[in-house]
Design a binder for this molecule. Structure first.
Ligand SMILES: Nc1ncnc2c1ncn2[C@@H]1O[C@H](COP(=O)(O)OP(=O)(O)O)[C@@H](O)[C@H]1O
Ligand code: SF4
Ligand SMILES: [Mg+2]
Length: 337
């Protein structure tokens, strides 16, 4: 994977929201790569900047309060932030697809699902009036919707939540994008359907070589569905690593805390450890490391200066003053076996 050129290269991305209450630094200097055919997980508590990172990549940050103030978003070497609105509209839906947890925001209740899945295919020249119906049915079949000919004629309200999310996947993937950005695509679904949708995304990825950014607040999903993971806190990536390595040797105290909160078989959720305290308000980020008020490994310099990013092993990087660059272990944190 490391020898390949990345499909997506995000560099020093900063997206801020301005209001009477001040400037919210929702994304504040984020850099990462997504390689062809891989899934990068973005994980972190609510408000850490996961969605705003994704919205920035597809240039759908809510206007006018939100603004990308700095950075580069290179897709196949071309900076999407320099494109015109028309050029960007063409990229969205054809080369990059974006889906959210709420299929109802992606589907129009007034139109039959077949017409909705076909619309972007027609708009981006992937189908014509004659062959669109066949291509829609084919796509619905690929997302494992039973009786696709009949389903194509139905309205969204005639389908279950899981079925609707399959339709959204068909809509997103109909134009054969290179990158799928899925922002908590299974959060609204029950556990069984969640597993089916994750399996489906994995299968579709294997069939087509698609790259994926998968946002989740759940390390269990990271373990099942991702190749690498970036852990976000207060608008920054605090640790990024291949999934296998981070599960074996997590380095950042925040990552260790998040992983300790993953439900384990035989442990009731009320007995699960969780990280004390709340994430900071991104309008008032204190100097130094924003995790400091909650961190058991905190040192004096932590509240003075933000830690530099250090490389631990192949593709595993962390930003924390307490982490020993040789052993990758943070001083003062008990790592659970
Ligand atoms: N539309 C918005 N207007 C103002 N601030 C916003 C808006 N959307 C997000 N933010 C700010 O950005 C922060 C990060 O949000 P978000 O990326 O949605 O978090 P996550 O997806 O990790 O839960 C929020 O805590 C909030 O302060
Ligand atoms: S040890 Fe310091 S730098 Fe590392 S997470 Fe804790 S407060 Fe942040
Ligand atoms: Mg979000």
């Amino acid at each position: 994977m490391t020898t390949q050129e990345p499909l997506l290269r995000v560099r020093n991305l900063r997206t801020h929201f301005t209001s009477k209450l001040g400037v919210a630094k929702a994304v504040d200097g984020v850099s990462f790569d997504v390689f062809p055919g891989e899934t990068l997980g973005l994980v972190g508590e609510s408000g850490s900047g996961k969605s705003v990172t994704c919205l920035s990549v597809v240039r759908l940050v809510p206007q006018p309060s939100g603004r990308i103030v700095e950075g580069e978003v290179l897709l196949g070497g071309k900076d999407l932030l320099t494109l015109s609105d028309n050029e960007m509209r063409d990229i969205r839906g054809s080369r990059v697809a974006y889906i959210t947890q709420d299929p109802l925001t992606s589907l129009d209740p007034l139109f039959r699902v077949g017409n909705q899945v076909g619309e972007p295919m027609l708009a981006h020249g992937r189908a014509n009036r004659k062959d669109v119906r066949g291509k829609v049915v084919d796509m619905l079949r690929r997302v494992r919707i039973p009786a696709p000919e009949i389903r194509a004629t139905q309205f969204p309200h005639e389908m279950s939540g899981g079925m609707r999310q399959r339709v959204v996947a068909a809509l997103a993937l109909g134009c054969r994008p290179e990158l799928l950005i899925a922002d908590e695509p299974t959060t609204a679904l029950d556990v069984t359907v969640q597993a089916q949708i994750l399996r489906l995304l994995r299968d579709l990825q294997e069939e087509s070589g698609l790259s994926m950014i998968l946002v989740t607040h759940d390390f269990g999903i990271v373990a099942r569905a991702c190749d690498r993971v970036a852990v976000m806190y207060a608008g920054r990536i605090v640790e990024i690593s291949p999934v296998t390595d981070i599960f074996e040797r997590p380095a950042h105290p925040y990552t260790i805390g998040l992983m300790a909160s993953v439900p384990k078989i035989g442990i009731k959720s009320e007995h699960m450890p969780s990280i004390e305290g709340q994430p900071p308000d991104v309008r008032r980020i204190p100097p130094g490391c924003p995790f400091a008020p909650r961190c058991t490994a905190r040192q004096d310099r932590c509240t003075v200066e933000y830690p530099p990013t250090i490389k631990l092993r192949d593709q595993h990087e962390v930003a924390c003053w307490a982490v020993d660059p040789v052993t990758g272990v943070p001083a003062g944190v008990a790592v659970a076996e």
